[in-house]
Design a protein around this ligand. Structure first.
Ligand SMILES: Nc1ncnc2c1ncn2[C@@H]1O[C@H](COP(=O)(O)OP(=O)(O)OP(=O)(O)O)[C@@H](O)[C@H]1O
Length: 346
């Protein structure tokens, strides 16, 4: 156990734009860590920094291999990144999969090792080893790219949206192979994905990025403005279905509210009750439909995804007891928002 990465005051800029600003970052060895956040929040940038293919504009990332010998050479050999595009060499599948081994000066049993890696990602070696790069579907190319990383038995596997543009079968194979690497070899896996339910289900820890900053450990609710200041000094946000969300203390109309999922209280809406418009009292309450229940592996709790208009909210349901049985997808529910513990970002 222990940390494999640690960093303080890490910053990365492109030109004058600061795209990543992390006060502290640590990633535990042998774990599977999810990276989530909207488009442009800095996930790919962070993965490139963790892969040491780019250097941060400020600060440095310390890498601690299991043998304790800290060196950039160890990191170069032990860490591998699979980007959003497979970028295969214009050669056969075999040449692609063994390329990294050859670069590392290895020459033994290359074909056998490539065949094994292909099996891990569900591509039968007999059918695929001799295929050329243009004879693969998008999903197969992505799986070949993953096999080319797995064959190295990496200590750290960094995956940037590995299932974003592949079909269901390829996505499933990719997910299984990544988990197997972690379980079988103790590979530390850091994976960015917009498939938040999968991340919740498999990750030991989550990093939630928003505008280049770490805002929490995954399921936080991020509520963007505009907020309208009411005469009673509370701030209201109009949701797509006409309901209003009312919170105190916004620093301005464009502020962003951040609310942890365990702060939201979920209740069953009374049978046959019309959608309530936001009550004037505090705490604020809105009504929605429970879409999905997901087990969050890291906490052992159930996460409820609730749709209110086109907005999605995440609330935590305490584990065990009657709570679990009360809720199921399709139900009308109400979510009560806290009046305190809202973190405002500007
Ligand atoms: N090479 C680059 N040059 C200039 N700006 C860049 C470069 N790469 C990324 N950016 C900018 O940095 C910010 C973070 O981008 P990044 O790709 O890390 O986000 P992301 O969270 O991975 O997004 P997505 O979910 O869309 O992949 C964005 O504003 C992006 O435009």
């Amino acid at each position: 156990m222990g940390w494999i990465y640690q960093a303080e005051n890490l910053q990365h800029r492109y030109g004058t734009q600061t795209v990543l600003q992390l006060d502290h970052l640590s990633i535990e060895r042998h774990k599977i860590v999810g990276l989530m956040g909207p488009n442009g929040s800095g996930k790919s940038t962070l993965l490139r920094l963790l892969a040491f293919v780019e250097s941060p504009s400020r600060g440095r990332i310390a890498y601690f291999p299991a043998d304790g010998r800290q060196s950039s050479e160890a990191a170069r050999l032990q860490v591998t990144l699979m980007g959003q595009e497979p970028y295969l060499l214009k050669r056969t599948v075999l040449a692609n999969v063994v390329y990294g081994l050859k670069v590392r000066g290895e020459s033994e049993n290359l074909e056998k090792r490539a065949a094994e890696a292909l099996q891990w990602v569900g591509l039968p070696p007999r059918a695929f080893l001799k295929r050329r790069w243009f004879e693969l579907s998008g999903g197969e190319a992505q799986r070949v790219a993953l096999a080319a990383r797995l064959v190295l038995r990496p200590k750290v596997l960094l995956l940037d949206e590995p299932t974003a543009s592949v079909d269901m079968e390829s996505a499933q194979r990719i997910r299984e192979a990544a988990l197997r690497a972690q379980r079988q070899w103790g590979t530390t896996v850091v994976v960015s994905s917009h498939d938040r339910h999968w991340l919740f289900e498999v990750c030991d820890a989550m990093l939630h990025l928003f505008k280049g900053r770490l805002v929490g450990s995954g399921a936080e609710n991020i509520l963007l403005g505009p907020w309208r200041r009411r005469t009673d000094d509370l701030w209201a946000k109009l949701l797509e279905d006409g309901q209003e969300l009312v919170l105190p203390g916004a620093p301005g109309p464009d502020a962003i509210a951040l609310i942890a999922p365990d702060q939201l209280q979920l209740n069953l809406a009374p049978e046959g009750a019309p959608s309530p418009v936001a009550p004037l009292d505090v705490p604020c309450r809105v009504a929605g439909t429970l879409l999905r229940l997901t087990l969050e592996r890291a906490s052992g709790r159930i996460l409820a995804t609730v749709a209110v208009g086109r907005s999605l909210f995440t609330a935590k349901i305490p584990c065990g007891g009657s709570h679990r049985e009360r809720f199921y997808p399709g139900q009308r529910v109400t979510i009560t928002f806290p009046t305190e513990n809202v973190q405002w970002l500007v």
